[in-house]
Design a protein around this ligand. Sequence first.
Ligand SMILES: NC(=O)c1ccc[n+]([C@@H]2O[C@H](COP(=O)([O-])OP(=O)(O)OC[C@H]3O[C@@H](n4cnc5c(N)ncnc54)[C@H](OP(=O)(O)O)[C@@H]3O)[C@@H](O)[C@H]2O)c1
Length: 189
Amino acid sequence: MKIGIIGAGNIGGTLVRRFRALGHDVSVANSRGPETLAELARETGAKAVTVEQAARGQDVVVVTIPEKHIPELPRDLFAGAPASLVVVDTGNYYPQRDGRLDEIESGMPESVWVSRTIGRSVVKAFNNIYAKHLMENGKTRGADCPAHASSEASRPVRRVRVGSPPPARAPFPVLMVESEHVPRYPSSC
Ligand SMILES: NC(=O)c1ccc[n+]([C@@H]2O[C@H](COP(=O)([O-])OP(=O)(O)OC[C@H]3O[C@@H](n4cnc5c(N)ncnc54)[C@H](OP(=O)(O)O)[C@@H]3O)[C@@H](O)[C@H]2O)c1
């Protein structure tokens, strides 16, 4: 699969390593430019690219930057992207880090805020696991992982099965809503 990753920190860097180990074609970007990612590229075989390149021509794009930086992403980042593109958001809102975001404080789900800010529906995933656990504690093929699709437009996704493509329609009962797998809830580990 072609996977673009925007953000190369704790979670972004971990996902680069894990996706590359599975043989995916990974492009990774940060805010400072591809030259600052040369070492990660050398280590993993991922391509170090610009944010725009990480968002174009991919099957999946993972946005993994702190919420306060989401509004800095180019407004047209996903303009013209095909409907089949899946955008994953790993973010969690921490007011002490991100500053106060009034819409979220007023009850808007975080992923809806991200989705509206970047102009693209997102699936929220990898947000409820520490980077170290994501790196070291793999799940076996067939295991369930919690996920949440914010989208007003896309199909509902509550869980994805490791190693399987997402189902066209969730064949299982609704298991989670976003508020159950953001920090402070037991499913966040
Ligand atoms: N750390 C965890 O264990 C964990 C677990 C679950 C969820 N999360 C959530 O996942 C998100 C990322 O967390 P993290 O810990 O990986 O963050 P981090 O280590 O601070 O890394 C942030 C990354 O985002 C990049 N970035 C910032 N602004 C950018 C922009 N405008 N354009 C492109 N790249 C930009 C940074 O690039 P530069 O260095 O070049 O600025 C850096 O590579 C956060 O919302 C966090 O709450 C984290």
